[in-house]
Design a protein around this ligand. Structure first.
Ligand SMILES: [Zn+2]
Length: 234
């Protein structure tokens, strides 16, 4: 195998590793955001369950006040009854009292309904709070892992980049330029094996002349179809 090919394959290995690591690095913020979104959603569910219970309490307190007000009114009507001698007025007050009492019963019925509803809200609230806590601990752990991974990733990238630079420096400039142009253009590989006359990059059959040139091992040979640099597969 041409020495240049050997060097190019090492360089390409570093470039492919670097590409993968850069890709992981780019994906990190998205991964972190996904975790944060998951936590926010779990917290929102717990908040909503808490709010439903709070609304229920507020409404119950409002009903209690209304009952108190009605009871106050009844007490006043009774006092007024004691102070009147007019039968008509007495009857009218009795009617007011009966009316207020029936309103109180309706308010108390509603209060009971709300109390039952509050009891039924407890279980979903507790499970939503437990779930929010669970998600919080899981996301905290996973975020820490991602951050630790990010640090490791930067270190690995720096090491690989230094190694890559050393490999690149050992190649003739025109070879390196050709390789780099192809690697960038193709996205996957610039140096590929030729197996049974088939290019490992574009999978097209190459002419016999290409195989002959490659066997001679005197120069770099490119695929006539995709221009990738070829080497003979062992
Ligand atoms: Zn090809």
């Amino acid at each position: 195998m041409l020495q240049e090919i050997e060097k190019l394959l090492v360089l390409q290995d570093r470039d492919q590793q670097l590409k993968k690591l850069h890709h992981e690095q780019t994906a990190l913020p998205t991964e972190k955001k996904k975790l944060a979104d998951k936590l926010a959603a779990a917290r929102a569910t717990a908040d909503a369950a808490r709010q439903r219970l709070r609304d229920n309490e507020v409404e119950r307190r409002k009903l209690e006040l209304e009952v108190e007000a009605k009871q106050g009114a009844i007490a006043r009507f009774r006092q007024q009854q004691q102070g009147t001698r007019k039968n008509e007025e007495y009857q009218a007050l009795s009617h007011e009292i009966t009316h207020a009492e029936s309103q109180i019963r309706a308010l108390e019925d509603r209060e009971l309904e709300l109390m039952e509803a509050a009891e039924q809200l407890q279980a979903p609230l507790q499970s939503a709070e437990a779930e929010a806590k669970r998600v919080e601990s899981v996301t905290r752990e996973q975020t820490a892992k991602l951050e630790a991974g990010a640090t490791g990733l930067s270190d690995r990238i720096a090491t690989l980049e230094a190694d890559r630079a050393a490999q690149a420096a050992a190649l003739p400039e025109e070879v390196h330029d050709l390789y780099q142009r192809l690697f960038k253009q193709k996205g996957d590989a610039a140096v590929v094996p030729l197996e049974a006359e088939i290019c490992g990059g574009c999978h097209m059959r190459t002419p016999a002349q290409t195989v002959i040139l490659l066997r001679a091992e005197r120069q770099l040979v490119q695929c006539p179809n995709c221009a990738r640099i070829l080497y003979r597969a062992l």
